[in-house]
Design a protein around this ligand. Structure first.
Ligand code: ADP
Ligand code: MG
Length: 432
């Protein structure tokens, strides 16, 4: 086994202060929205209807969602940990605007490692004789904030002896990110176990009250750091997922909240009237949320879908074509977008994708430091993520917070891909 340092920029990157504040200010609204969607069976059913006909992965998740609702939810405490990602779109007059790329409602990562990056960049600036600039880097500790959410859910679950279970991948490349959060829980005397779906399949069980047990230990909270891509599942893993979803344990996220994070839902949210219906009586929150939306378009069969498909084929550089996948490296751009869309334009398969306006940030120069990679200056763009944490007990929100930030930077030649995909690196915002 090999341990490498996590990749990072040599220098912090400039981020417009006003947009940074805007991103923080809208996070509680996004928490409310995701939570509202997760409780709205009709909305999920209607929005995902065309998608689940052609996308087997979303369909399987959806079936579990329906099944647990039909059986009656045993879970009464809900914990959401999400990360809303943005880029700074450069308008025609050069003014940057905050535009959401997506919101991640499952396994949103790098809250742990990014709790350390400000210190790294602070040191670099000091070495360069820039102590004044170093002192302006903002404190940022998502590790602790995420752990406080997990701890709250654990407490409300109400069993002192129950544990928190991190559900992790078979081969774990990002373990230290998770350990940062785990350590914060141990510091609060909450026991943490790390298990895979396979362990749950072999050793997990429910008692009569649907309490979840692993190896005889009661589990209060299941924190998924896996389970968001098809390759995470074989038949046994699907059975394990169903067992977890049926249980009384607090799932972070429950399967409805995972579905709330699909690209199809994101696209539907941009339709006129949708936000208002999901968040009645929250006009200001709706306005703050809508201000962050880029153009999003449905490829459902019909006139509207035909029209936007034709527009994208004629001018592919204006758009990004997105399937219902997470984890980076799945989107299509430029010539590839044109070819794929031409192939599927008259087939139902096109409804498994959405189209999005391509966001065009202003590049800046930086060094991307990666183990075993040569050092050279690159033209880079950054993506800002804001973590959100909320806890709901029954109908009552008992915690709703913005929980720190993540800045990831990549060379402009890569259209797609995050840190885990080996494209982006960890960064620290320097507000300007
Ligand atoms: P995933 O779920 O795979 O992370 P994203 O929607 O976050 O999917 O897209 C992956 C990456 O593609 C983003 O991190 C960003 O770099 C790029 N990207 C996505 N949408 C856009 C867009 N509308 N404009 C420009 N780049 C985008
Ligand atoms: Mg993403």
């Amino acid at each position: 086994q090999v341990v490498n340092y996590a990749p990072f920029t040599l220098l912090p990157s400039a981020v417009p202060g006003a947009l940074f504040e805007q991103a923080y200010a809208v996070q509680q609204d996004f928490n409310l929205l995701v939570d509202a969607i997760s409780q709205n069976k009709e909305f999920l059913e209607r929005t995902l209807a065309s998608t689940i006909k052609v996308d087997d992965f979303t369909a399987r998740l959806f079936r579990i969602h329906v099944q647990v609702l039909e059986e009656g939810l045993a879970q009464s405490v809900f914990l959401g940990i999400n990360r809303s990602d943005y880029m700074f779109d450069c308008g025609v007059d050069g003014t940057p605007a905050l535009k959401q790329i997506e919101i991640n409602t499952i396994a949103a990562s790098f809250g742990g490692l990014t709790s350390r990056t400000a210190a790294v960049h602070g040191r670099v600036l000091k070495v360069l004789g820039k102590s004044e600039e170093a002192s302006r880097l903002l404190p940022n500790n998502p590790s602790e904030e995420l752990a406080l959410g997990i701890a709250k859910a654990w407490e409300l679950y109400g069993s002192q002896s129950a544990v928190v279970m991190f559900l992790v991948e078979e081969a774990q490349r990002n373990i230290f990110d998770q350990r940062c959060v785990e350590n914060e829980l141990w510091n609060r005397n909450i026991r943490v176990i790390r298990k895979r779906f396979r362990d749950v399949f072999e050793k997990g069980s429910l008692d009569d009250a649907k309490r979840l047990y692993m190896d005889g230990q009661e589990v209060a909270v299941v924190y998924y750091r896996e389970g968001y891509v098809p390759k995470n599942y074989d038949q046994q893993n699907w059975e394990a997922r169903l067992l977890l979803e049926r249980s009384r344990a607090v799932k972070c996220p429950d399967i409805a909240t995972q579905l709330a994070g699909t690209k199809k839902v994101q696209q539907e949210l941009s339709q006129p009237g949708t936000l208002e219906r999901l968040l009645p009586g929250h006009a200001e929150a709706v306005a703050r949320i809508r201000a962050t939306f880029a153009g999003l378009y449905s490829l459902d069969l019909g006139e509207e879908g035909d029209k936007i498909a034709a527009t994208a084929i004629a001018d592919p550089d204006r758009f990004v074509l997105k399937p219902q996948r997470e984890g980076g490296g799945n989107n299509l751009y430029g010539e590839e977008l044109r070819q794929v869309l031409e192939k599927i334009r008259d087939s139902p398969e096109r409804t498994s994708y959405i189209l999005m306006d391509k966001i065009k940030p202003q590049p800046a120069m930086n060094y991307l430091l990666r183990a075993h990679s040569p050092l050279r200056v690159s033209e880079c763009i950054s993506e800002l993520g804001i973590f959100g944490v909320y806890v709901r007990q029954g109908k009552e929100m008992v915690m709703n917070k913005a929980a720190g930030h993540l800045l990831r930077t990549k060379a402009i030649e890569h259209a797609d891909g995050g840190v885990a995909a080996g494209v982006a690196v960890l960064d620290t915002p320097y507000l300007v």
